[in-house]
Unconditional design. Structure first.
Length: 361
């Protein structure tokens, strides 16, 4: 984005003044000038309802039992205090991380609490435990059911202990109930994690997603933590890769686009684990870079803590030495406004803009 384009974007935000516009402009300016603080409250907050899961997905620290953090559930009282703090400036709450959100029995009430305070909320689920009435009651803006295949056998190759039949039943129930509640804000998304064993099913998935009445279908490029996982799960069709193909042939797993001593994301976003401990982003599932506990010190205090500033400074000085940055998916800046699709929409969760071609339905 050139200088004039950036200037026009900043002008539109300052004129329209959507919620969080001051935070986004200030924090982004701080990032671009290489200043690590003080920052305003981030516009994008991700929180973990639990790091437990009913599935055993093999490319997941929770599913493959390599999670170093103890398991637990987000406390409702502590969560309410946090939401009250961030509601004036935070636009988006990502209500998930390293577990299945709906294992937390308070999830629907937690989502509703944030929605009642004007925060846009999204979640991602394997679908086994999603209750249609609870979802509609929560008034969540977007819920994504993410599948591992179009039949039970293929689905369970990755979603090992999940049930496609149960997920389908819960998904259909939600779409039917939403149809009977046209005033609902709930947007239903279905995601398809493309892997070697299911890549041939992408066209069938897109056709099915449109037929059942989903708002959007999301074709998701897979991730791998190491070369062993990459050889086992990455699709043969490399249009679904965001990894460097030449490096892969040399036995090196790295993204096509590695950040170079810059990450505006961690100037505008934060990841909070179920116990309140904050980490820089979703690339730190094991909590290797703790920034402080937001339940004890408040989010703004943690976001501007000594540890948070030191981490940002390391990103500016020597990002290549930070292990969690080496497989980064390179997210761009958070958006302040998220319009709902007017008609069925096919999306591509990809980080290679040159590889966006998809089958049509």
């Amino acid at each position: 984005m050139g200088f004039l384009s950036k200037a026009r974007t900043a002008y539109r935000m300052s004129k329209g003044r959507p919620k969080g516009w001051q935070s986004l402009l200030w924090n982004t300016a701080m990032a671009r000038t290489g200043r690590v603080g003080p920052l305003m409250t981030p516009v994008h907050v991700a929180i973990e309802p639990t790091n437990a899961c009913n599935a055993q997905c093999p490319v997941c620290e929770t599913g493959n039992f390599t999670m170093r953090r103890r398991k637990g559930l987000l406390d409702f009282k502590a969560y309410r205090t946090l939401i009250d703090e961030i509601a004036p400036t935070t636009t988006t709450l990502m209500y998930y991380f390293m577990g299945e959100p709906f294992l937390n029995k308070h999830s629907y009430d937690m989502i509703r609490y944030a929605r009642d305070r004007g925060i846009y909320v999204e979640t991602c689920t394997n679908g086994d435990l999603a209750d249609a009435q609870g979802v509609i009651y929560s008034d969540i803006n977007k819920i994504s059911f993410q599948l591992g295949g179009m039949d039970e056998e293929t689905h369970r190759r990755y979603r090992v202990r999940s049930s496609l039949a149960k997920t389908h039943a819960n998904l259909h129930a939600l779409i039917d109930l939403r149809r009977r509640n046209p005033q609902s804000n709930v947007q239903v998304d279905v995601g398809f994690i493309v892997m070697r064993h299911n890549e041939h099913q992408v066209p069938a998935f897109l056709k099915w997603a449109k037929e059942i009445g989903a708002d959007s279908a999301n074709v998701i490029d897979p991730c791998a933590r190491n070369m062993l996982e990459a050889h086992a799960y990455l699709p043969k069709d490399r249009k679904y890769w965001f990894y460097d193909e030449e490096a892969f042939e040399r036995g090196v797993l790295k993204p096509k686009h590695l950040p170079d001593n810059e990450c505006q994301w961690i100037w505008n976003s934060i990841q909070i684990n179920w116990d309140g401990e904050a980490v820089p982003c979703c690339r730190d599932p094991n909590g290797l870079h703790p920034l402080g506990n937001v339940f004890e010190h408040g989010l703004r205090g943690v976001f501007n803590s000594k540890k948070a500033r030191e981490f940002r400074q390391q990103v500016l000085d020597n990002q290549g030495a930070i292990e969690i940055c080496k497989l980064c998916s390179s997210y761009g800046l958070p958006t302040l406004e998220k319009p709902r699709p007017i008609e069925f929409e096919i999306q591509r969760h990809s980080f290679d803009p040159e590889k966006l071609e998809l089958p049509t339905v």
